[in-house]
Design a protein around this ligand. Structure first.
Ligand code: SF4
Ligand code: FES
Length: 252
């Protein structure tokens, strides 16, 4: 076999619906190009399965450019796979070897019920955002970037936190199934900007309350979230969320 072609053994979680038991099913996939993305490799597997009259493997994706946050699966035990700062859609098969066995599973979290195969319901994230991850001020049309004075430190901190794409890897990697990194990124982003000040007091209180109501676990500073985050969101935002929460309790 040419050096840029591989044969892989895939062990993929198959589950018909949320109420059925699932199991790992093994497939052998030949002639995989090292230049394919991981999702393209799964597309090839699905074409094979469809040709054989079998049900294709369901997984989520949209942009395939690392920006929308819809893709996400656990690859060989690691959320988004082995490459730092990389979503599954941006992971390429050159990071695997001919003959490798690759185990592929969905995010595992009580608050992300499995819908089918590798697809989970991340509606809990939407409800956390709806609880406070917005601004209600009328910002009008897009102003010049420098017409609202904001300090460089605040802009940089806001933009770093705003990089979160809501993929859910932090939850999948956390031993407590905590959504603290995601929620903190959203709270931090808005807390640094003038437009985010109107609802600032209620935001942290309401988003944290919703996070708890959805069944996510508590943060115990394990740090797995930061390690797997494809956007390198720093765990420092969780400290900021705690300060914002305390501020919400005392500031009137
Ligand atoms: S904090 Fe990182 S891992 Fe968590 S949802 Fe946002 S981008 Fe994904
Ligand atoms: S498909 Fe959009 S981030 Fe992966």
């Amino acid at each position: 076999m040419s050096s840029d072609r591989m044969t892989l053994r895939l062990k993929i979680w198959r589950q018909t619906d949320a109420n059925s038991p699932g199991k790992l099913v093994q497939y052998t996939l030949n002639d995989v190009s090292k230049h394919m993305s991981f999702l393209e490799m799964l597309d090839v597997l699905n074409e094979d399965l469809i040709r054989k009259g079998e049900r294709p493997v369901e997984f989520d994706s949209d942009c395939r450019e690392g920006i929308c946050g819809t893709c996400g699966m656990v690859i060989n035990g690691m959320a988004h796979g082995p490459l730092d700062g990389t979503t599954v859609c941006q992971l390429h098969m050159r990071h695997f070897q001919d003959g490798d066995t690759i185990t592929i599973e969905p995010w595992r979290s009580r608050a992300f019920p499995i819908l089918r195969d590798l697809v989970v319901d991340r509606g809990s994230f939407d409800r956390i955002i709806a609880a406070g991850g917005y601004v209600s001020v009328d910002t009008g049309g897009a102003p010049d970037a420098n017409s609202v004075p904001i300090s460089k430190i605040s802009v940089d901190s806001a933009m770093d936190a705003a990089a979160c794409i809501a993929c859910g890897a932090c939850v999948a990697a956390c031993p407590n199934g905590s959504a603290a990194l995601f929620t903190a990124a959203k709270i931090t982003h808005l807390s640094h900007l003038p437009q985010g000040q109107v609802e600032r007091r209620e935001r942290a209180l309401n988003m944290v309350a919703q996070m708890d109501a959805e069944g996510f676990g508590n943060c115990s500073n394990h740090g797995e979230c930061e390690a797997v985050c494809p956007k390198n969101i720093s765990i420092r935002v969780i400290a900021r969320m705690r300060r914002e929460y305390l501020r919400g309790l005392v500031v009137r």
